[in-house]
Design a protein around this ligand. Structure first.
Ligand code: ADP
Length: 592
């Protein structure tokens, strides 16, 4: 075994998860011990059967031995049952505890984690890795206890029966090991080669099938044919080689093994002829020797399970140890008027160029500020800094004159409502989606009022169960415009003084567009609103407009002022008059 440098700490850490269930754990060990002890009982049973029942024809033995066999297997069965059930009970507990801990961590991870880690990898930690930890450690334990004890028991029985012979066995067996090792290494190399070639074949097939047009158009048929036939030929030769090698190795190993066995049989028969070894003992001895193989094999393979379990444990613990989002300062604001101020705000994503550079801006309470500008200028990033999804690298953001870094993150977010481009809906009822986060606090009338204000009631009433309709995974049964109105209703119900809105870029038909426009109107009433705007109608209705370019606000003012100034905004406005701004700007915003 070649444990990794930190294996020890990993074991110890895993053990901590088992500790609360140590009673059931001990029970499982007991079951395994009982099971293991019946292993030498089987060869031991043969001796009296042959010597007593068959040779001496002793009636007592003839009567009792079959009963003994049943009893042995009964005990074995009970031991196995207790061992298996108890260890799996503990393992499932550990699985659940790990899963819960992973999920709890997931809820407090910073946004940075989610942008860096792939969803698939994180998912598989909770679904796959966690079970791997439990399965592998259960397996390892069972092998160590059960097979370890069985091996010791069998050897002890063999020594008891005939210590001289056992010494000879112990000397001869290791001689066989190199032979076995060479044979298995040879097979493994051949099999790996076979797999690789098989991969090559699939590769060529995939390319030819997927790229059939290119192959045809460029006349690559001959080239592909040559490639394919060459690999197919390789495969043929390798396959024959594998079969031939295995056909040779299996009997070869057997002959060597049997040669060793011959020596042992010779010694045993010699002793038998001298009256030192009875027929029953001889049979019992060979049965015990035969039974040695299984536990031996499992013990030599235990490292595989161990490494697999440790690797999985490492992956699970890595997520558990992932640093949580800082919970922020200690201050909390009770009622706020909703003034939002940015002071010399700058920001860069980890290891990248500064994205926001020295933004100074005050949004007055109740004011609606539309942020416009080319894609990639940092509009979404600016909005993401307000709920502290990311932490500014310079400058600060003040809410009612208080640096948001001094506020508890939970308290800060309480004052914010966010409607993003990508509406996230949960697989639940429309009602639960609107009341999300306020579950249990919002009564039916409030939810309905929010839905009405968001102009969502029109279509909700058409749904089979109204507000109680299940909307399916991520709301796939709803249109984009409908989903957006649900998100707006959610924000209305939240009734936060500050509203962050990332207007959808995707084109909506004019009917939904008008609905959404009206919904947004009722949402932003009386709230400080920061809106990334793509539609002229939205922009023109805003109190002020900030034009962002390369992480800076280059123009700010009312629609009229900016037009009068005849700068970038005016240019944009002229170019896109009557059109959806984003379409002409060629914007396709990254999801924020
Ligand atoms: P806008 O909303 O104005 O289109 P964004 O704020 O979405 O601009 O993006 C600004 C730039 O930051 C883009 O170039 C984008 O690729 C980059 N960016 C966005 N999110 C991340 C992230 N999590 N890590 C690194 N770079 C990012």
């Amino acid at each position: 075994m070649n444990p990794m440098p930190n294996s020890r700490s990993l074991y110890l850490r895993l053990l901590r998860y088992v500790r609360p269930y140590w009673r059931i754990f001990a029970l499982s060990l007991l079951g395994m011990v009982i099971f293991a002890l019946t292993e030498p009982a089987m060869p031991a049973w043969f001796q009296p059967v042959i010597d007593g029942s068959f040779i001496d024809k002793d009636p007592q033995t003839i009567f009792w031995m079959p009963i003994a066999l049943v009893v042995i297997f009964l005990i074995r069965g009970i031991g196995s049952f207790i061992g298996v059930v108890a260890i799996n009970w503990v393992a499932q507990r550990v699985v659940m505890d790990l899963r819960r801990e992973l999920f709890d961590r997931l809820l407090v991870l910073p946004t940075r984690y989610f942008t860096n880690a792939t969803t698939g990898r994180t998912l598989s930690k909770s679904t796959y890795d966690v079970t791997q930890v439990a399965q592998a450690s259960t397996e390892v334990l069972a092998v160590f206890v059960q097979d370890g004890l069985a091996l010791i028991g069998l050897l002890a029985w063999m020594f008891y029966l005939n210590w001289k012979l056992t010494l000879i066995v112990l000397v001869i067996t290791p001689v066989l090991l190199p032979v076995l090792k060479i044979a298995s290494r040879r097979m493994r190399t051949l099999n790996t080669g076979l797999q690789r070639r098989m991969g090559d074949l699939t590769h060529v097939l995939e390319e030819t099938i997927g790229g059939h047009k290119v192959v045809k158009l460029f006349g690559g048929e001959d080239y592909e044919r040559r490639r394919h036939h060459e690999i197919a030929n390789w495969l043929r030769r390798l396959n024959v080689k594998v079969i031939a090698t295995s056909a040779f190795l299996v009997p070869a190993v057997q002959v060597v093994g049997v040669a060793a066995l011959g020596v042992i049989v010779y010694v045993a028969s010699y002793q038998g002829a001298q009256g030192h070894f009875t027929a029953g003992q001889f049979v019992s001895y060979f049965v015990a020797m035969g039974l040695l193989f299984r536990p031996l094999k499992r013990l030599t393979k235990v490292n595989e399970h161990l490494q697999r379990g440790l690797a999985a444990a490492e992956s699970v613990f890595a997520l558990i140890d992932e640093e949580a989002e800082p919970s922020g300062g200690a201050k909390s604001l009770d009622r706020i008027s909703g003034e939002l101020r940015f002071e010399a705000l700058s920001f860069s994503y980890e290891g990248e160029e500064p994205l926001l550079r020295g933004i100074d801006l005050t949004v007055r309470p109740g004011e609606t500020l539309a942020v416009v500008g080319p894609s990639g200028s940092g509009k979404s990033t600016l909005i993401n800094l307000i709920p502290r999804f990311y932490v500014p690298t310079g400058g600060r953001i003040l809410l009612d004159g208080v640096d948001i870094a001094e506020l508890a993150v939970r308290d800060l977010r309480r004052h914010l409502a966010l409607v993003s481009q990508e509406v996230i809906l949960f697989n639940d009822t429309v009602r639960a989606n609107i009341a999300y986060g306020a579950l249990g606090h919002a009564d039916a009338a409030e939810v309905a009022a929010a839905a009405r204000a968001a102009h969502a009631m029109e279509f909700i009433d058409q749904l089979p169960d109204g507000l109680d309709t299940l909307i399916g995974e991520n709301g796939i049964r709803l249109s984009g415009g409908q989903r957006q109105r649900i998100a707006i209703a959610r924000a209305i119900l939240r009734n936060a003084p500050i509203l962050l809105l990332d207007e959808a870029t995707s084109a909506l038909d004019s009917h939904s567009e008008r609905h959404i426009q009206e919904a947004v109107e009722s949402l932003r009433r009386g709230r400080t609103t920061l809106i990334i705007a793509h539609r002229l109608s939205t922009i023109e209705r805003a109190d002020r407009i900030a034009y962002m370019q390369a992480g800076q606000i280059v123009e700010i003012g009312t629609h009229q002022e900016l037009l009068a100034r005849d700068g970038l905004y005016a240019q944009l406005h002229r170019a896109q008059r009557g059109e959806v701004l984003s379409d002409v700007a060629g914007e396709s915003l990254p999801a924020s």
